[in-house]
Structure formats: C-alpha cells, structure tokens
Ligand binder design. Structure first.
Ligand code: KG4
Ligand code: ZN
Length: 351
C-alpha cells in the first residue's frame, strides 16, 4: 500500500494530508478566508505568506495524527498547477525540500486531477467511464473520465467559473466572501422563482448554441441590473429572493447541461466535484434530474469538495502506483490543462 504526504497551497487554503492507498490517515486544512474577506477576494501576496507560516505546523499535525514518521512514507506530493504561482511555489518548494532531505520520491500533482479524485473518497463508483462536472472557484468543466489519467473535456465555461460567479454576485448583494456559502445561507427561505435570470448560452458560429459550454458573465450583469433597478425604487433589497433566484438558475444550468452531455455521450454516471459541489440546491436538482433521466450520480464527500490535501494525496497515490515520479527540479505553473497532467511525470517536465 502506497503512503504519501500531500500538500495543497494552490489558492487560499493551506492543507496537508497523509493518504495510504485510498484511506485518509490524517488531513488538516487551514483556511485563510477571513483574512481575504476584508478585501472581497484572494490577495495572492497574502496567500503565499500565510502558506509559508501555516505549512510546518500542518505537516507536524498530520504526522502526529497518523502516528507515522517521515521514514514510513513512500513519497511526498504537492500541487504544482494550476493556481496562484506564488502560492503553488510554497507547497512545491516545501514538498521538494522534504523529499530531498528524507530521500523520498516527489510527485507534482495537477490540482484538477486532485478534485477528480475527491469522489473516490466517498461511495465507490460503478465500473466504466463517467462524466465529471468540476465546479470550483477557478474552473467549470465537463470531463469524460475513461480511466485514471485518461480525460477528455466535453464542455467548459467560456468566461467566469461558476464559483467565481457566486463570489461576484455575493459581493454585489453585500454578502460575505467566499460567496458560495454566503449565497446559500441568504437563499434559504427565499423565493427562487421571483426573478428570471438568463441561462448564459454560448452561440456557435454556424448558428444555434453550444450544448455543453457555459457562460456566467452575463448572469452576473443581469443580477447587477436587477439590483440597480430595485435600488432605484428606494425599498430595501430583497436579498434572499435575489440569492435564491440566482442560485436556482446556476444549479439548473449546470444540471441540465451535464445530464444532457452524459446522455448524449453514452455515459451512465455523473459525478460532481469542486467547491460549488458543496451547494445543497445543486445536489438536490442533480438528484432529481439524474433520476428522471435514468442516470446514476455521485458527489464528493462534503469535506473534500472545497480545496484539501487528501484529494491531492489520492491523485499522487494513483500516479505513483502507475510508475509516476516527478523530477526534483519540477517548477510550478499558473495554468496547465488537465489533459497535460501526465507531463508532470514525463522525463522532460513541462516547466
Ligand atoms: O474548489 P474550491 O475550494 O477552490 C478552487 O479550486 O477554486 O472552490 C471554491 C469555490 C468558491 O468560489 C466558493 O464560493 C465556492 O467554491 N463554494 C460554493 C459553496 N461552497 C464553496 N458555491 C456554492 N455553494 C456552496 N455551498
Ligand atoms: Zn480547487
């Protein structure tokens, strides 16, 4: 059984975990959201500094919780792409230094491959290919997974990611950061049918619309216009109804396009991962729609939807068991498509 220490520092959560096979022996996440909330979003420089401060204690805690010593580990892993370059560097340098010091192999992990693996920390999936709806603060993608490491992207957002849209709309409604949980709380008890917001379709050059791509920037503008129109009337903003109507349309569009994509691609299972997968309205709608279309659906356990190191550890275990190992000189990249994840283990690294 492969046992790895994994580090995650791609954005505003510092995290460490020890994973053995498919079991999480220990996992801790130190969130920086309160600090970034003052600025209404992630400040990259602050994120890097906080990772530097947090990581040593987090590593100490997972070793203590698991009862393991460095000598018991088979490899060390860290997220190296995509994400904030400075933040990624902290995890990468820490991981590579530990690997060098203790004579262990190092694995650089693709953050999205980590999110894809998060579903394996829950109920087992049936055999065969499946469709993943990956919805986070930085990405909205429909990915066909044929086997570990074998992916094809079937749809994506052409502008803002779904989580980013939650964050921006929360800000214009005067709610907190991160926006997803704030909107979800404000939407409870709101009338989701009061406002009709657009579903953001992507036009094709030959006419018609792209069946599986998303666009969220127009939705954000539509909410802004509605807020301005209501503000002009002088009465208090119906924040709860606005939040519920917004949340409803995002959930509908994600569920409709992913279920249609699964059916048309001949895939029997739809999987939800990423921070937005924590949203209860989205889960509820997915359950209804998947049921109506005869699809099976799975979602990552709640604790592993938002960024964490356990999912990174699992991705590293899979790569390591398939013979993967990264060079100790591997750098980091703010951008790298998921299809290129295998290059992190190639003799000629991509960066
Ligand atoms: O996966 P994640 O932790 O980080 C990225 O890789 O981006 O996702 C963070 C995103 C944020 O935009 C946050 O607002 C959103 O996930 N999010 C939610 C919920 N919890 C987090 N969106 C909707 N509903 C939630 N309950
Ligand atoms: Zn993430």
């Amino acid at each position: 059984m492969t046992t790895v220490l994994a580090l995650e520092t791609s954005c505003d959560e510092s995290a460490a975990a020890i994973v053995s096979g498919r079991r999480v022996l220990a996992g801790v996440v130190a969130s920086q959201v309160e600090e970034h909330a003052r600025w209404g979003g992630v400040v990259p420089e602050i994120a890097s500094r906080r990772h530097v401060e947090a990581l040593p204690a987090l590593i100490g805690r997972v070793l203590e919780q698991s009862g393991l010593a460095m000598a018991d580990l088979d490899a060390i892993a860290a997220t190296v792409a995509p994400g904030l370059a400075g933040a990624l560097l902290v995890g990468s340098v820490t991981g590579r230094t530990l690997a060098r010091l203790h004579g262990k192999p190092f694995l650089g992990v693709h953050h999205l491959e980590g999110h894809l693996c998060s579903v394996h920390l829950g109920e087992p999936l049936p055999e065969g290919p499946y469709l993943v709806l990956l919805v986070s603060g930085g990405h909205t993608e429909l990915i066909r997974v044929d086997a570990p490491g074998r992916y094809a992207r079937l749809g994506r957002s052409r502008d803002d990611a779904a989580g980013e849209c939650f964050d921006k709309v929360a800000r214009l409604l005067g709610l907190g950061y991160p926006g997803g949980p704030a909107i979800e709380a404000a939407a409870a008890g709101g009338d989701s049918g009061r406002f009709r917001f657009p579903k953001g379709r992507v036009s094709l050059p030959q006419g018609g619309f792209h069946p599986y791509d998303f666009s969220f920037s127009g939705l954000k503008t539509a909410v802004l216009r509605q807020v301005q129109a209501l503000g002009g009337q002088g009465s208090p903003l119906p924040v709860s109804d606005l939040a519920a109507s917004f949340e409803q349309v995002v959930a509908e569009v994600l569920v409709e396009r992913s279920c249609r994509c699964a059916v048309e691609a001949g895939l029997a299972t739809v999987v939800l991962v990423g921070g937005v997968a924590a949203n209860r309205r989205l889960r509820r709608l997915m359950e209804q729609e998947a049921g109506a279309r005869g699809l099976l659906w799975r979602v990552a356990p709640l604790a592993y939807c938002t960024d964490n190191a356990a999912m990174v550890g699992l991705a590293a275990v899979e790569r390591f068991e398939a013979g993967g190992c990264s060079g100790i000189g591997l750098g980091v990249a703010a951008r790298l498509s998921l299809e290129r994840a295998a290059e992190l283990y190639a003799p000629q690294p991509p960066f």
